[in-house]
Design a protein around this ligand. Structure first.
Ligand code: BEZ
Length: 222
């Protein structure tokens, strides 16, 4: 199967999850979705990541984003591990794992999403099988893949960055703008190159022209 690219439709699937069976596209509905794989249950980096995702639930809800985890473990392990995650998270703030985790023991969905890196010899479970790598997919309500990132097993993800990209994508879908390096919500954005100078005067009356191809503007968003 060719690898999934930005702009591809996220493959649909049915799965068992800690919140019951789902049909992925139906589960996404009119929301955005973050599908993120982790190498395995009862592993340290993953535990910190899932606690963080649980703790950030209001940040995802505010952006109309549903979050779903996946690893090649069974439901029983997921359920037991979720308790550990909550215990760990509680050291920092009350933590409830409120999002589903897909049980992908047969690696069908991990294979469909190219989440198994056969090349990475550091990324093997104790049976020598590849772990699901730390992949993140951001999927929009049309079920289009808008972001995909793969991290090494040794490095926990930065969910501030993933949320930052969701903000950028959502703003870019609504207004004719792009976002500059290290941008954060509330900061000035870039007028999209497709906006003519004439249009920019009306659309972004407070914009500044730094170079003919680099125009920035404040943007008030709700
Ligand atoms: C971890 O989540 O801690 C981890 C998982 C697989 C390999 C290395 C680290």
């Amino acid at each position: 199967m060719p690898s999934l690219r930005l702009g591809n439709t996220a493959p649909d699937f049915v799965a068992e999850t800690t919140q019951g069976p789902i049909s992925f596209h139906e589960w996404i509905g009119d929301s955005w979705a973050i599908l993120f794989s982790h190498p395995g249950d009862f592993t340290p980096v993953c535990t910190t990541e899932l606690a963080e995702v649980a703790r950030r639930a209001p940040d995802f809800a505010k952006r109309n984003v549903k979050v779903i985890g996946i690893s090649a473990n069974g439901l029983d392990d997921h359920v037991k591990w979720a308790k550990d995650i909550e215990e760990w998270g509680a050291k920092f703030a009350p933590t409830t794992v409120g999002f589903p985790i897909i049980a992908d023991q047969d690696r069908k969905i991990s294979t469909l999403y190219d989440m198994l890196d056969e090349q990475d010899a550091t990324n093997r479970d104790n049976k020598g099988l590849p772990f699901t790598i730390r992949t993140v997919f951001v999927i929009d309500p049309k079920k289009t893949i808008r972001l995909s990132i793969a991290y090494p097993a040794s490095t926990g993800r930065n969910f501030d960055e993933i949320i930052r990209v969701v903000d950028s994508l959502q703003i870019g879908d609504k207004y004719r703008v792009t976002t500059p390096v290290n941008w954060k919500k509330g900061e000035d954005v870039i007028v999209h190159p497709s906006v003519s100078n004439e249009e920019a005067k009306t659309l972004f009356p407070e914009h500044t022209v730094h170079k003919p191809y680099l125009r920035t503007t404040p943007l008030v968003v709700e």
